[in-house]
Design a protein. Structure first.
Length: 205
């Protein structure tokens, strides 16, 4: 089991429910609706975070391929810096790989909660256009996709369809793009194919 996995035995689930429900009921009884609703909101956040940690985090492997070399380039930020473009072009030219560029829609938690994912998808589309255009100038032909989830989930979903033999992730600098840095660490741990992380200077998350 990955060190990030969380396993909860079935017998413990009723105690988890009680641990959440009892404080909410007590808050309604002692402090009235205002306090009860506040404690209930806190409990809801705890449940969401807890559920997220229960998501299985096993190995990410692409579907079986036909032996051809395929490169999945994940543009978590626009690929618009010469060094990043050069490195990706060099990887693509080595062995004449087929290339796909994936731009994940990076939702904030509240955006997903409110189902307001349009701006994230629009930004991903813009990042995709910029990245594919710049790679095209470097003689790298690529098809393009927008992912509907965060970086890691978008990669996992894409590999179920695209049998990549290598994955390259482009993110901003760790200080301005901590989510990208975290995604790079997780992909390095979980991917079953070779993985490279390219930092694109000057790009925010």
């Amino acid at each position: 089991m990955n060190e990030r996995d969380v396993h909860i035995p079935a017998w413990a689930l009723p105690f988890v429910v009680l641990a959440i429900a009892v404080p909410v009921i007590a808050a309604f009884a002692v402090g009235g609706p205002g306090l009860g609703l506040m404690i209930g909101a806190v409990a809801a956040v705890v449940v969401v975070v807890f559920a997220a940690r229960l998501v299985p985090r096993g190995q990410i492997a692409p579907r079986a391929g036909d032996g051809r070399r395929r490169l999945l380039v994940v543009a978590a930020v626009p690929i618009d810096q010469p060094e990043a473009i050069r490195r990706i072009a060099a990887e693509a030219e080595a062995g004449e790989a087929e290339v796909r560029v994936l731009a994940p829609a990076r939702f904030a938690f509240l955006d997903r909660w409110a189902s307001d994912v349009g701006p994230a998808r629009d930004q991903a589309q813009r990042d995709l256009v910029i990245s594919v255009a710049n790679l095209g100038k470097a003689q790298v032909e690529a098809d393009a996709r927008v992912g509907d989830e965060g970086v890691v989930q978008a990669v996992e979903d894409q590999l179920a369809d695209y049998p990549a033999t290598e994955v390259i992730l482009a993110t901003g600098e760790p200080g301005s793009d901590p989510q990208g840095a975290e995604a790079a660490r997780e992909l390095a741990e979980r991917l079953s194919v070779p993985f490279k992380h390219i930092v694109v200077p000057g790009q925010p998350a």
